[in-house]
Design a protein around this ligand. Structure first.
Ligand code: NAD
Length: 510
């Protein structure tokens, strides 16, 4: 096997595995300064199929310098917005051309269903098209004044170098939510994907380079949170951090960023309530509960992991949910017939299994699943059975802490007021679902939930034109939607004297 110093580029062309990758800086693969290497394994088979550098502080410095140079000297921030928009459209088209490859890479990294990863990649061109549109929207105002003979207008300028740090569950879509507006605004980017899923991001950067993005505009450093992530968020050349990941890491990043007052947007964890009232269409609601917690193997920030069910339908919902969970086909994520893939990595797999034990010890009533799933032919796969705990109370750890896996905590409530109280009694505030046939109740409850997204009679929908983000410890700022570019710009106010100019302030008669 080649040493880290040889690893200037992907050896995938030679067909050898594990494939060797370098860092992607200035539109080329470059060898890292150090020898640190990270294995990328397939969580369905346990096979190591790629190796990437564990970037050092020096590597991160090199990437940030490249992005800073591209920002201060390169064409990208100075291009007409229309030309940046043209690139974004072209990039989206190239992503569509590589959709199968990009989806398969992600499945190989994180074990989510090929069906789901393909769906996400297919959406990416639409996101880039939306940001292409936003790039050409007015960026400022001409402001009314209390003064005469003065003109004042505001403009929005790119914030500078953006550090985009992403998790493993939806590596490319979540990067798109940052990369799209950052590039549209004229920023340059250093992306640091999760150590679990680095290859798809490297490939995306290659595709961007092939589409004509100038060198240094989109660089990728691969590595662990420590030292790569820390080096990036503390680097004086970084102007803004756009982070998606756990609340604990978000808190560490916000503290580090605070020392140099970098701009920060944080998309963090959740423990979202999915609330079923007696008057809901229960067949539809149960579909929504299943989709909410077992879609993406529960490895989604917006998972409906706290299921709140009203007394009158509690027994039926619990029984039905348990039946549905037990019937889910856990299997090879590439197989069309599979309904649940793997947990993304060993660390997360151990965490999910540990939470299942904690829920049992705390008194949750196990009604479905409850441990490892065995998949024929994949003895090393990180599979967990879809799991449902009933009779959970909101003080149990399974109700308070994010598991990030296919584990539902079902709780009982009596009145609408109880439901809202339990739903809001959490440090998180990312999302919530409300299932009811009563239109007044639907909006009344939606209005009282302290969460960034509320779905009524549906769950887990997001879109490029819809702001997404968290209340409370689920985050700071919003991604997507018409204001997405604001997070990647600074606002400048320009004053112009349209009269006779300023008089001598100490001798106004002169
Ligand atoms: P994580 O916080 O462990 O890691 C996320 C990223 O941060 C990785 O790239 C990691 O290497 C990096 N990192 C770790 N420590 C760092 C540090 N000190 N400084 C800088 N970077 C550091 O999260 P994860 O386990 O990869 O992902 C799961 C979490 O992500 C869950 O909590 C989930 O809810 C959250 N998530 C949130 C959203 C959202 O939009 N709100 C979406 C998806 C996932």
């Amino acid at each position: 096997m080649s040493s880290a110093r040889d690893r200037g580029g992907p050896a995938s062309a030679l067909g050898r595995e594990p494939r060797q990758y370098g860092l992607f800086i200035d539109n080329a693969y470059v060898a890292p300064a150090g020898d640190g290497v990270l294995d990328v394994d397939d969580p369905a088979t346990g096979t190591v199929w790629a190796q990437v550098p564990d970037a050092s502080v020096d590597d991160v410095d090199r990437a940030v310098r490249s992005a800073a140079r591209a920002f201060t000297e390169g064409p990208w921030p100075r291009l007409r917005a229309a030309d940046r928009a043209k690139f974004l459209i072209r990039f989206g088209e190239a992503i569509a051309d590589h959709a199968v490859e990009l989806a398969e890479l992600q499945v190989r990294e994180n074990g989510k269903l090929l069906r789901e990863m393909s769906g996400q990649v297919k959406l990416m061109p639409e996101y880039f098209a939306y940001y292409a549109g936003l790039a050409q929207m007015p960026t400022g105002y001409t402001n009314p004044l209390h003064l005469s003979d003065m003109l004042n207008y505001t403009v929005r300028e790119p914030v500078g170098v953006v550090a985009a740090i992403t998790p493993w569950n939806s590596p490319l879509l979540l990067l798109t939510w940052k990369l799209g507006p950052a590039l549209a605004a004229g920023c340059t980017v250093v992306a640091k994907p999760s150590e679990v899923t680095p290859v798809s991001t490297l490939r995306l950067a290659e595709i961007a380079a092939e589409c004509g993005l100038p060198p240094g505009v989109f660089n990728v450093v691969t590595g662990l949170g420590q030292p790569s992530g820390t080096a990036l968020v503390t680097h004086p050349g970084v102007d803004k951090i756009a982070f998606t990941g756990s609340t604990a890491t978000g808190q560490a990043i916000a503290a580090a960023a605070g020392r140099s007052l970098k701009r920060v947007s944080l998309e963090l964890g959740g423990k979202s309530p999915n609330i079923v009232f007696d008057d809901a269409d229960l067949d539809v609601a149960i579909n929504g509960l299943v989709a909410g917690i077992f879609g993406a193997s529960g490895q989604t920030c917006m998972a409906g992991s706290r299921i709140l069910v009203q007394d009158g339908c509690y027994q039926r919902v619990v029984e039905e949910l348990a039946k549905r969970a037990d019937a889910i086909v856990v299997g090879d994520p590439r197989d069309e017939s599979s309904e649940l893939g793997t947990i993304a990595c060993r660390r997360q797999y151990d965490k999910v299994l540990r939470y299942i034990e904690v829920a049992k010890e705390d008194g949750g009533r196990l009604v479905a699943g409850g441990g490892v799933a065995r998949v024929p032919g994949l003895p090393n796969g990180l599979f967990v059975r879809p799991t449902v705990f009933a009779d959970v109370t909101n003080d149990m750890r399974i109700a308070r802490e994010e598991v990030f896996g296919p584990v539902a905590a079902v709780m009982r409530f009596d009145t609408e007021e109880d439901a809202v109280g339990i739903a809001n009694d959490t440090p998180f505030g990312l999302a919530a679902g409300v299932w009811t046939g009563n239109v007044q109740r639907a909006h009344r409850v939606a209005g009282q939930l302290r969460a960034g997204t509320v779905w009524i009679n549906n769950y887990r929908k997001t879109g490029y034109a819809t702001p997404f983000g968290g209340y409370k410890q689920s985050g700071v700022g919003r991604e997507n939607g018409p204001d997405a570019l604001r997070e990647y710009t600074e606002e400048k106010s320009v004053w112009v004297d349209t009269g006779q100019g300023i008089k001598d302030p100490f001798n106004p008669r002169a």
